[in-house]
Design a protein around this ligand. Structure first.
Ligand SMILES: *Cc1c(COP(=O)(O)O)cnc(C)c1O
Length: 433
């Protein structure tokens, strides 16, 4: 049997940093990444045969757990019929119908292969449909790694953003305005000064890329009003929250709290592919008709709507749309957060957690953070020690304090209890406890 360390060394020779997506490298928490050999239900096994209760779930997609029999069967069957045709298939239509059925704000979707692609295309569509260039995003929200979105706030509100990645020329992000999450004053001011130039405001409604931070209800409500008044489009990036926090996504959660609320454009990924490369963006028929081949906004993909990926997504959606699915998942996730909170309290460690549906987050601080700056100022040392303590005890949490966690339908009450027991043990050894 090979070891994680040996695989990591081998990987680093042929893959930069040994990984194909940076957070997998454990840079934030230190240590050796686990190379996963296989997974089943709520568990993953690494190359050394160690078992982990998995709270990453491929960063969200594995809402049914790994290897759900109905999903496996659908994928195997689809594979026998062919991997990819470069021509339309009935299954794409079915998946589009299924997504639309659960998300009343959209009438049409375009299927793509990654959340990055979906977010990038949604912005191009918003710009094409409005004839405007500027886009507004919020610090700490991740919308994929398209050039125009790899940007952080400049020094003054009205100044241009700065690229957060080398290789992105400043000119490419000059139309991207970056504001503080949950900051009403800033969004008011940007619309007051530049409202007529803004194509869209893009947001992670429950931000999972800064652990777990909800957009406050008055904030969402006001952005929707400002967009409406100024002819800008409100884009909900639900790549993480879509079909994860509720069947209708985060927008259904906000629609319950804000009568009549609906975003203009929605972006999906992760859960809709059930673990296969699949994502989508959707909106009204009127806006969608700007998209090629009907309109002048170009967008395409060799593997878009892939037959095996759509089979996986459809089989997943079929399971999660069964009555009571989200009630059970939400209750289980809540019990996990409550268990972790109780463990922290018993150890005298400051801790706060939150969850919606099958998505959760926690911070080593007393109050839920409301923006990125506060998230990044929470106790990293405690988080990292907690992460490794849990990993040593067979619990795989997200390896960075700015990432969310995910519970699947396959996690049992025993898995949650075992996780909480491990947490009680680890919390006691944390500094300050
Ligand atoms: C994961 C994620 C993306 C990017 O999706 P990829 O499939 O990794 O390209 C975009 N937006 C949000 C909110 C995400 O969580």
């Amino acid at each position: 049997m090979t070891s994680n360390q040996a695989l990591f060394e081998r990987a680093q020779r042929v893959i930069p940093g040994g990984v194909n997506s940076p957070v997998r490298a454990f840079r934030a928490v230190g240590g050796t990444p686990r190379f996963i050999a296989r997974a089943q239900g709520p568990y993953m096994w690494d190359a050394e045969g160690s078992r982990y209760i998995d709270y990453i779930g491929s960063w969200g997609p594995m809402i049914l757990g790994h290897g759900h029999p109905a999903v496996l069967e659908a994928v195997q069957k689809a594979a026998l019929d062919g991997f990819s045709f470069g021509a339309p298939t009935e299954r794409e239509v079915e998946l589009a119908e299924e997504i639309i059925r659960h998300v009343p704000s959209i009438e049409q979707v375009r299927l793509v292969s990654s959340g990055t692609e979906a977010g990038m295309s949604a912005i191009r569509l918003a710009r094409g449909a409005t004839g405007r260039s500027k886009i507004v995003k919020f610090e700490g929200c991740y919308h994929g790694h398209a050039d125009a979105l790899l940007v952080k706030a400049g020094s003054g509100l009205a100044t241009f953003g700065f690229p957060t990645s080398a290789g992105v020329p400043p000119e490419v992000v000059q139309h991207t305005l970056v504001l503080e999450y949950n900051n009403l004053e800033q969004i008011e001011e940007i619309f007051a000064t530049q409202g007529g130039e803004i194509a869209c405001v893009m947001i992670e409604p429950i931000a999972g890329n800064m652990n777990f931070v909800r957009a406050q209800v008055p904030f969402v409500k006001r952005i929707a009003e400002l967009c409406q008044q100024h002819g800008a489009l409100f884009v909900f990036d639900e790549v993480m929250t879509g079909f994860r926090v509720a069947l209708g996504g985060a927008q259904s959660v906000y629609a319950r709290l804000i009568p009549g609320f609906a975003p203009d454009i929605s972006v999906f990924g992760k859960v809709i592919g059930g673990g296969m490369p699949l994502a989508a963006f959707g909106t009204s028929r009127k806006i969608m008709q700007h998209l090629a081949p009907l309109g002048p906004v170009y967008q395409a993909g060799t593997l878009s709507g892939n037959p095996v990926a759509t089979a996986c997504g459809l089989a997943t959606l079929k399971q999660i749309s069964q009555p009571g699915f989200y009630e059970a998942l939400g209750a289980k996730t809540q019990s996990l957060v409550e268990g972790l909170s109780a463990a922290a309290k018993a150890a005298g460690v400051p801790f706060v957690g939150d969850s919606e549906g099958g998505m959760f987050g926690f911070f080593f601080t007393a109050e839920l953070p409301q923006n990125y700056g506060v998230v990044m100022a929470t106790d990293k040392e405690r988080f990292n020690r907690f992460f490794h303590g849990m990993l040593d005890r067979g619990v795989y949490l997200a390896p960075a304090l700015y990432e969310a966690g995910f519970v699947s339908a396959a996690h049992t009450a025993d898995d949650i209890a075992a996780t909480v027991a491990a947490a009680r043990d680890v919390m006691k050894s944390l500094p300050g406890a």
